[in-house]
Design a protein around this ligand. Structure first.
Ligand code: KIV
Ligand code: ZN
Length: 541
């Protein structure tokens, strides 16, 4: 074990004399609110299960009144997740709170999170309410929420642009009404660390009974200060951080869980607090969220970016080889990145693969392992070296394939080149169209396009009889080298709704076809409503 690891562990033992900061993960609510990040119910559950392993204290599972899909996902997570508190969001309206409470009914530990805007601009233009009416509604909402659970969180939306004295009055009143957690959102990512520190200090000092509640931070990253602001709030006395995996969320995103957690882990002495996050689970959680949302992480992203632990320059490499502490302030292992980059290949047998899968933190039964081994062998035949990222992608992809699909790619032929019109010929198996023997029909079509990818998409449209618009197409390598597998993520608009699709293959043309078919299957299974519906004030489903 490296010295740095021992040092951090020692710090975390002395952590017991420190105060705990609760980690409230809102990947499934605020994170999912950004374009293209919507997840199906199965995917949300999978992420929630991963968050449980990661050790988050609270999972904000959704905003149940906003859609039936949201309601069902919160309900399912509430039923299946055991340890973390499950929170659901509700506006300060009886109907919202009742629907949230219904979705949370079976949770072992539940929290209703109710909010109303408190800034002059929001109160005037969005709510059309006077400040005293806002206080009245907030107090009423907390009292209603208390009918269903002891644990009630209140957020004055756009708090950082609200009048401080008004916030004190509002917060004092909701605490009196029974709120147990007071969240101070920087809804538009406007504040700065110093300003936010002062605000939290001021509110803790001036609010009546502030010692009876937990103050919480919720920051957006519009000016790139979400992590710094959240940590400043912790220094000022906040003991809950609201954050998302990979920092996904509205506009520029929310505070990234991995950043605040690793800042506290690495600089625990400075912040004098600790979290209960199992940091070694961070990378796997980040990878899962990338996979299900299709939202990639920039290579230089702190903690989980591909380059976060890569040392390129000769001087750095030399230093790190002599002593990792020269250029590493935390170990790759501490976030679950195996520093040992021994790659597997076609000569690696079951034993080596099993060992690697276990080290990557997956538990597979024999049947699942066999399936993964077959896919690993096929891949190892195509590319010389199989990296950890390839193995993770195969495991995630095979879990994803368990979702019921209508169309399946049987054959793909593409003719393309400079000075020619690209043509695709495709055979798709349609599970819902049976032939005279009761077997799924295989449908064949050909189409042209401006390039091979467009030809494929046009051809699939012909087979499935849809008119679509491709809103985004992203191709990225999963691992290193010329023979790396490619991952394609598409967002496809069909009848005013947008569906995400993902495909992986060493052949990027094939990966494009898989991704497009994946999106089409979601449309037909009505599985994934990507245009998240955020209701207007007063609107109910
Ligand atoms: O950013 C925000 O203000 C929110 C609240 C609903 C907590 O997400
Ligand atoms: Zn938010």
């Amino acid at each position: 074990m490296r010295n740095i690891e021992i040092e951090n562990q020692t710090k975390n033992v002395s952590a017991r004399t420190k105060e705990k900061v609760f980690i409230f993960d809102t990947t499934l609510r605020d994170g999912e609110q950004c374009p293209g990040a919507a997840m199906s119910e199965d995917q949300k559950l999978e992420v929630a299960q991963r968050l449980e392993v990661l050790g988050v204290d609270v999972i904000e599972a959704g905003f149940p009144i906003s859609s039936k899909i949201q309601f069902q996902a919160v309900q399912r997570i509430a039923r299946e997740i055991e340890t973390p508190i499950i929170a659901a969001l509700a506006r300060a309206l009886r109907k919202d709170i009742e629907v949230a409470a219904e979705a949370l009914k079976d949770a072992r530990r539940k929290r209703i999170h109710t909010f109303i805007a408190s800034s002059p601009i929001h109160m005037k233009y969005k709510l059309g309410l006077e400040p005293n009416q806002v206080i009245q509604k907030a107090v009423e909402a907390v009292k209603i929420a208390k009918e269903f659970t002891e644990d009630v969180e209140f957020s004055p939306e756009d708090a950082t642009r609200s009048e401080k004295e008004f916030l004190v009055e509002l917060i004092s009143r909701v605490i009196e009404a029974g709120a147990t957690v007071i969240n101070i959102p920087d809804t538009v990512g406007y504040t700065t660390p110093e300003e936010y520190y002062n605000l939290i200090r001021y509110l803790i000092e001036k609010t009546s009974n502030s010692d009876k509640v937990i103050f919480s931070t919720h920051c957006h990253n519009d000016l790139g200060m979400a992590t710094a602001n959240s940590l400043a709030a912790v220094r000022a006395g906040a003991r809950q951080i609201e954050c998302t995996i990979n920092g996904i969320g509205e506009r520029a995103g929310n505070t990234a869980l991995e950043e605040v957690v690793m800042a506290i882990y690495t600089r625990g002495e400075y912040f004098n607090v600790y979290t209960d996050i199992k940091t070694k689970e961070i990378l796997k959680t980040s990878t899962l969220v990338r996979t299900v949302t299709g939202m990639v992480v920039q290579p230089n992203k702190a903690i989980v970016g591909d380059n976060a632990f890569a040392h390129e320059s000769g001087i750095h490499q030399h230093g790190v080889l002599k002593n990792p502490l020269t250029y590493e302030i935390m170990t790759p292992e501490s976030i679950g990145l195996p520093s040992n980059r021994i790659v597997l290949g076609r000569h690696s047998g079951r034993h080596a693969l099993k060992d690697r899968i276990i080290r990557l933190g997956y538990t597979l039964d024999d049947l699942q392992f066999e399936e993964i081994f077959q896919r690993f062998s096929e891949l190892a035949d195509k590319k010389k070296e199989v990296y950890d990222e390839d193995i993770i992608a195969i495991i995630d992809d095979s879990a994803r394939k368990k979702i019921k699909t209508r169309y399946e790619l049987v054959k793909l032929h593409v003719f393309t080149g400079k000075g020619t019109v690209s043509t695709a010929t495709i055979k798709l198996k349609d599970q819902e169209l049976l032939d005279e023997n009761g077997q799924p029909k295989v449908l064949t079509e050909a189409a042209t396009g401006d390039g091979p990818v467009e030809a494929i998409f046009n051809c699939i449209d012909r087979i499935v009889g849809l008119q679509t618009r491709v809103k985004s197409y992203r191709l990225q390598p999963i691992s290193e080298g010329r023979d790396a597998q490619g991952q394609v993520n598409v967002l496809v608009q069909i009848n005013q709704r947008v569906f995400a699709g993902k495909g992986i293959s060493t052949d990027i043309i094939e990966a494009s076809a898989y991704a497009y078919i994946d999106a089409i299957n979601r449309y037909f299974s009505n599985d994934d409503n990507l245009s998240v519906h955020f209701p207007k004030e007063g609107e109910t489903i």
